[in-house]
Design a protein around this ligand. Sequence first.
Ligand code: SF4
Ligand code: SF4
Length: 481
Amino acid sequence: MSTPEVSVIKMYAAREEIYPREIKGRYATLRWLCVWLTQLVFYGLPWLQWNDRQALLFDLGARKFYIFGIVLWPQDFIYLAVLLIICAYGLFLVTAVAGRVWCGFACPQTVYTEIFMWIERKIEGTRSARMRLDKQAWGIDKLWRKSAKHLVWGAVALWTGLTFVGYFTPVRSLIGAVASLGLGPWEWFWILFYSLATYGNAGWMREQVCKYMCPYARFQSSMFDKDTLIITYDTDRGEPRGPRAKKTVAPAANVQGDCIDCSMCVQVCPTGIDIRDGLQYECIGCAACIDACNSVMAKIDLPAGLIRYSTDHAITKKWSFAQMQARVLRPRVLIYTAILGLIITAFFVSLFMRTPLKMDVIRDRGSMGREVEDGMIENVYRLQIMNTDEASHHFKISVAGIDGIALASPDELDLEGTGSRAVPVRVRVAAGEGRSGSNKISFTLVATDHASQQVTEKAVFFVPRGAGHDDHDKHDKHDDH
Ligand code: SF4
Ligand code: SF4
């Protein structure tokens, strides 16, 4: 009896080291522009000041988000939620039009990998030098180069972690606290966590993050259609591939394609794939292979564009660039853009027109409604007043909803900018006013020095049974008020 064959399925594919070759070209320049731009914003923003405070600060302890001239409170969470929706929807739209352009140029994973690879090249040398270094036995040269690389990576990662936490704790005091080792445990945790994540993802894991960890990479193909930009190798033009001497284009034209099989497009690829095998999910759309192939084509006097941005339709229908471009503004894109434009407009209009004043009314559950002097009925409330403006204001509280209803406690207060206070208030109505049971009333808070800043909140006034009336007409009249 023959032994059954045993096949082993590996659940984990060991990582093969990729040594991307440095490439220069239009898209490499564009990617570095994105690196500079995103990092200037990320590292620079926490240092910007606004009204004597950090311009952008998410102060979780005080539960206030400072965004330049705007102060958001937990009650404004809706704005952050809508902002996230706008970002997600914007990414969705960009992906439908231009494919993985976000992944290839602006994603933090790409940006930090680019920075870390630049450091690696400066210390360990070119692609072949790095490959040699990794193969050679440990010695002084290898030791200092590897140590120096990891030290610089660590420093960049640590500064990135500090900057990240600087968005949640004022960065100037944070740096001082780090220097004096006076940080709290959570701040240490997040600095080290973010630093390690940067170091691990950009230094060690690199393309593994895109291939196995990023959820966006998994579902973005569902946003693609046949007119979405993808990076493609022109098989008709390139095949059959093979080496050729410079300027032998014409005689070989019928028997040989334009690809000279130099493998430059593979050597520059940060995910180690061969774009000539067709569109693959590992391709992050960085366009390094376009730069590489264009430089090869220039050297052998052939037109650029053997590898280029194209679309499924353009390839199968052999469209010109103009025909392909015309499909950018297709109905799906126009509808998505219109919806995104509407959401953004509504977001900003609502944000800039919101009243920088909030009030929560909390009824004193301990006393439903009690009789006080002269037979008056009194209810007690707590008004949580939040001045979300950065300037101090003087406020006046008023109450309405039942004939003769009035406050029996101070109705004016001062509140500093971005301050909040719980104000206990007593509200009274004369005996016989209001109906027995619940009565709808409302509190209004107005800034006396800025009348447009006012809010009204509804509440319930309780009249004990027998102390009010049951006249529905009168009650309806009260409701109308
Ligand atoms: S870089 Fe261009 S010519 Fe070289 S192998 Fe790639 S597709 Fe062929
Ligand atoms: S195939 Fe080209 S575009 Fe895709 S990841 Fe590799 S180099 Fe970048």
